[in-house]
Write a protein that binds this ligand. Structure first.
Ligand code: ZN
Length: 278
């Protein structure tokens, strides 16, 4: 086989602003653009103190496609008041996405220690359903991102792609789909079949890349760059593409280790790692 045939296309490379956290969004936009990166996913903290409409225009002026806004979610709460507050925050996220020009919001769906997981899942479904009219009005879609089970206590009660696909089927909305993040899902023996099912549901909206380091020294901020870990990235990308996905390959790396390095050098390393391993 021609090795070039399996190389990822740089035109489909997207970076999450959190990956180069030390940079402001203005710096990130200029640096990504001149390095040939074509997509950007914006973390809400990067918009702090800014008008999202102006920032959105700035990103487009740099030739960047805004892939998504990260993140909404965190629906479950022990009280009705807490759940209403969560919905309000998600409505603000939808308004921000609309102003920014982001077509998609990634959902970290939430969990609360002490709230049983099945109850959290019911609250997540209800929370998403309540937002659908806002999504329709704003032209913004929501992507349920299943999280690794190590986060089932406090970050997400949705821990497998199968559960996310089930929710998509129950919600039956063109405004709801799934984000597949290799970090959260690589271990799942049902991954190939659930990616195929997600494709049949026309629900595969985003694909997030990084790697799993051994040992992982921090549950949140020790993700690896592609090639630094044990995730079969090309295998998973092949499944995602076989399911019909033609969107951006999004590099999302939370790494205290990498954030401490020179970010210009790091950007070059990211692009090289993407070419060699993704
Ligand atoms: Zn992700």
């Amino acid at each position: 086989m021609n090795p070039a045939a399996v190389l990822p296309d740089l035109a489909r490379l997207c970076l999450h602003t959190i990956t180069t956290k030390p940079w402001s969004i203005e710096t990130a936009a200029a640096k990504y653009s001149s390095a040939g990166v074509r997509g950007i996913t914006v973390w809400r903290d990067a918009l702090s103190g800014r008008d999202p409409a102006i920032t959105g225009q700035l990103l487009r002026d740099h030739g960047l496609t805004i892939v998504s806004l990260c993140r909404g979610g965190f629906f479950p709460a022990p009280t009705a008041e807490g759940r209403a507050k969560a919905r309000d925050d998600n409505r603000r996220a939808i308004a921000e996405a609309h102003a920014l020009g982001a077509p998609l919001i990634v959902l970290v769906c939430g969990a609360v220690p002490g709230v049983p997981l099945p109850e959290s899942r019911r609250q997540i479904l209800a929370g998403i359903a309540a937002l659908l009219p806002d999504c329709q009005a704003a032209g913004v879609r929501l992507a349920i991102e299943p999280l690794h089970p190590m986060y089932a206590d406090s970050r997400s009660a949705v821990n497998t792609l199968g559960q996310a696909n089930d929710m998509v089927e129950q919600l039956q909305s063109p405004h709801v789909g799934v984000a597949v993040d290799v970090y959260h899902l690589w271990w799942d023996p049902a991954l190939e079949q659930e990616i195929a099912r997600c494709g049949r549901l026309k629900a595969l909206l985003a694909f997030h890349l990084c790697d799993w380091r051994t040992p992982t020294t921090d549950l949140l901020n020790d993700r690896g760059l592609m090639g630094e870990g044990c995730i079969p990235l090309r295998q998973i990308r092949a499944w995602v593409e076989a399911a019909g996905f033609r969107g951006f390959n999004e590099v999302e790396v939370f790494s205290t280790r990498h954030w401490a390095t020179d970010q210009d050098d790091y950007l070059g390393t990211i692009i090289q790692a993407y070419r060699e391993h993704a």
